[in-house]
Design a protein around this ligand. Sequence first.
Ligand SMILES: NC(=O)c1ccc[n+]([C@@H]2O[C@H](COP(=O)([O-])OP(=O)(O)OC[C@H]3O[C@@H](n4cnc5c(N)ncnc54)[C@H](OP(=O)(O)O)[C@@H]3O)[C@@H](O)[C@H]2O)c1
Length: 310
Amino acid sequence: MKFNSKILVAGASGMVGSAIVRNLRKQGYFNIIEATRNRVDFIVQEETKEYFNRNKPEYVFVTAAKVGGIMANKKYKGDFLYQNLMIQNNIIHYSMISDVTKLVFLGSSCIYPKFATQPITEDQLMTGPLEPTNDGYALAKIAGIKMCEAYKEQYGFNAISLMPTNLYGPNDNFDIETSHVLPGFIARFHKAKLNNDPYVECWGDGSPYREFLHVDDLADASVFCMKNYEDSSIINVGTGIDLTIKELAEKISNVVGYTGIIKWNTNKPNGTHRKLLNVDRLSNLGWKYSIDLEEGLNKTYDWYLRNYNA
Ligand SMILES: NC(=O)c1ccc[n+]([C@@H]2O[C@H](COP(=O)([O-])OP(=O)(O)OC[C@H]3O[C@@H](n4cnc5c(N)ncnc54)[C@H](OP(=O)(O)O)[C@@H]3O)[C@@H](O)[C@H]2O)c1
């Protein structure tokens, strides 16, 4: 990838897309096409075709997707399945048709079986049943991975698939109803602090383990893999370190400065007990995360106060 290469970031206004744009600019790439939904709706085949004909990108990052937390995934399962299939099919297909040099597709750690052996190695894909709450989203992502593999095999199209762990950082979704656990906790503990609420209620018993990666690290890994990873096998991106949801809630409560009690509603589901990625494949290529959770949470709360909360 040259500094003047035409690089398309699909989903450039999202958390991951905007972080990839920041990372590319910081490294000196300047010919970046920021595809946002008000310029092109990737669900629509004709719009996607026309957008690729007009812009003729050389490199493509696929970060446009319908993304959400456990509640949104359960309630809008059909939308998650349909929209993600359409978006990725259109982008991957027209990237191949228009001779894109290389494409990076972003999957997710939820593509792995519910009862995968921990830490999860890449070869466990499609070895068991999925977590039912988000199987619509996971199935769409698995189809995207398989499409990249099939287009590589059939057409020699250079497409790779990255499987990031749970992400957080600037431009995350902090909506209490539809967010992922970490930004949801930030918003709820912040609100509870402002309202002087005596307690914050969280779902489950806090025992599940989760891994979190700052989105600036994911962006760095995505650009690194665009330059250094050629294999059609998927590659995990994470820290390789996890903590319990209870520990996460306590950390966020401290960062926010909330002094009330954390109550656990055990009538609500816990979700998968543990989801930790094995990151040996990426580590062996020479990439490692640089933002630890303490630093990342402080930075994210600062960003939330400056932007979202305003
Ligand atoms: N967030 C995580 O924890 C996480 C973890 C693992 C993997 N990932 C993957 O990373 C990728 C990006 O996630 P994210 O967290 O950055 O999500 P995000 O903040 O919701 O960003 C997604 C972007 O895609 C755009 N988009 C959605 N539908 C579109 C369409 N039909 N046409 C054009 N653009 C469209 C959205 O635009 P609008 O804002 O206008 O809708 C938004 O800018 C996804 O593939 C996701 O699966 C995320």
